[in-house]
Design a protein around this ligand. Structure first.
Ligand SMILES: [Zn+2]
Length: 497
């Protein structure tokens, strides 16, 4: 018997065998049980998630000699022919190569003939989005009112390319990417049956590389068995597919969370030298950061991952505040868009991770908000202190002073312009306050406009503020705040977000 690739050999034959798509299989089984069958079904999802397999199982369920049934027997002529793809009553059409209006007209003419030896005549059109608009339009009428013995099953990876008039005539099912835990479970079963020993981390690496597609995962396992024989280690998978090991990923993430820029750069350099794909590394890091974030916000049960991944997420989440991590994930998402146009992916990766590492060191937004609130409440604190601010009597913000300066009386009266620029921290870059600026400032002690948007932080030549008015601008010039704003490129929308 000729060798059969794993993906074909292990193609699901029953609804129960379809991995990770319970929401679809349950609906289809109920539809069969309740005899509520639609004219047309549309299966949408990424490659290798089971669209065509589901269509075939559904076809068997309808045409089986014991059917319509939720459990096609797999032994009758109809079941065997459909599984082999040579049934006269189940026509599998490749939308990519039969996309013209003439082919659809032929199909339309053949629809009126009754099935040969089964209750239904079923048209399975793969990659249906490849049909031309004229072909779709030729199909519309048939789709709306087909003869009672005709069913259409469509499969596509790109539903947005299908006319809405077609979609509205179908029952649509969205297949999801298969979580890595389920992929690993299935691969384990296959490996055991094939007599191959595979390390668990190796299975996880295959699942990561497959990106939620069962067929990709099975093909990868096939390739690895050919490469390694009966024993597969994680290192083999990493070499064959250019992936980064789980341990190395965890250590890189830990370095970023610590804000250890030299270590981060060293590790990226090492990975690049050993030929790892930087785009893939970015995707892996995004998944890892996402796991940590989900763990921090929703706990372990919300993660659909293996126990080793959950353990990583747990350990890493102790090292970083969730709001900082959220912004790091944001940076990674931005980098993903730019990566494909980047001339040097390594540089792009390094820049992104340096920004992430710096993100772990700056004052958090929560802390800044607390500080603003404290300032507007008139509390006086050491600028460097990050501790909570004590409640204080409500006084105008104008009365707030910094620790090195003598405290001013908290009164709502006009104050003299007494502070010289020399009293400002050295990081402040504004030129000395000019007489004009002083004259331009209102003399009244009305509350500072804390709600108004501050100007871009990068404008180093902004006019100096009068010291007695402790405004938003004043606050922005604080070294910690200034650094934070710089990281956001001066975009206030980012800071507020
Ligand atoms: Zn059967």
């Amino acid at each position: 018997m000729p060798y059969e690739v794993l993906a074909r050999k292990w193609r699901p034959q029953q609804f129960e065998d379809v991995v990770g798509q319970d929401h679809v299989t349950r609906t289809l089984r109920n539809a069969i049980a309740q005899k509520r069958l639609a004219n047309a079904y549309l299966f949408v999802g990424p490659r290798g998630t089971g669209k065509t397999s589901l269509a075939r199982i559904f076809a068997k369920a309808l045409n089986c000699a014991t059917g319509p049934t939720e459990h096609p027997c797999g032994k009758c002529d109809a079941c065997r022919e459909i599984a082999a793809g040579n049934s006269l009553d189940v026509l599998e059409i490749d939308g990519a190569s039969n996309n013209g209006v003439d082919q659809v007209r032929d199909l339309r003419d053949s629809v009126k003939y009754t099935p040969v030896n089964a209750p239904y005549k079923i048209y399975i059109i793969d990659e249906v989005h490849m049909l031309s608009p004229a072909a779709f339009n030729a199909l519309l009428k048939t789709l709306e009112e087909p003869p009672p013995h005709v069913k259409f099953f469509f499969a596509t990876t790109e539903p947005q390319k299908i006319l809405t008039t077609i979609i509205s005539r179908c029952q649509r099912f969205d297949l999801r990417r298969i979580p890595s835990a389920l992929l690993v479970e299935r691969l384990e079963l296959i490996a055991r049956d094939e007599g191959v020993t595979v390390e668990r981390d190796a299975l996880l690496a295959i699942a990561r590389g497959a990106d939620g597609g069962m067929r990709d995962a099975e093909s990868a396992l096939d390739q690895l068995i050919a490469f390694c024989g009966a024993k597969i280690a994680e290192a083999d998978v990493l070499v064959v597919f250019g992936l980064v090991g789980r341990q190395a990923l965890d250590e890189l993430a830990a370095a970023v969370f610590r804000g250890d820029v030299p270590e981060t750069i060293r590790r990226v350099g090492e990975l690049d030298k050993s030929g790892k794909d930087m785009t893939r590394l970015l995707v892996d890091l995004m998944e890892l950061f996402r796991n940590v974030l989900i763990y921090a916000h929703a706990g372990e049960n919300a993660l659909e991952v293996l126990e080793t991944q959950a353990e990583s997420a747990k350990q890493l989440s102790a090292q970083i505040a969730p709001d900082r991590l959220l912004r790091m994930v944001d940076l990674l998402v931005q980098a993903e868009e730019r990566m494909r146009y980047a001339l040097s992916r390594r540089t792009m990766m390094e820049m992104t991770l340096i920004r992430c590492a710096r993100m772990s060191q700056i004052v958090s937004l929560d802390e800044l908000v607390r500080r603003v609130e404290a300032l507007s409440a008139g509390v006086v604190e050491d600028a460097g202190a990050s501790s909570d601010y004590a409640a204080a009597p409500a006084v105008p913000p104008a009365a707030v002073a910094e620790a090195p300066l003598p405290k001013r009386p908290a009164v709502a009266a006009p104050r003299p312009v007494s502070h010289t620029p020399a009293a400002l921290p050295s990081e402040r870059r504004g030129p000395p306050a000019t007489a004009q600026a002083k004259a331009g400032a209102p003399a009244s002690a009305s509350p500072a406009p804390t709600a108004s948007a501050p100007p871009p932080a990068k404008s180093s030549d902004a006019p100096a503020f009068p010291r007695e008015r402790r405004t938003m601008q004043d606050w922005i010039r604080e070294p910690a705040v200034h650094k934070t704003l710089e990281m956001f490129n001066g975009s206030i929308a980012d800071v507020q977000g």
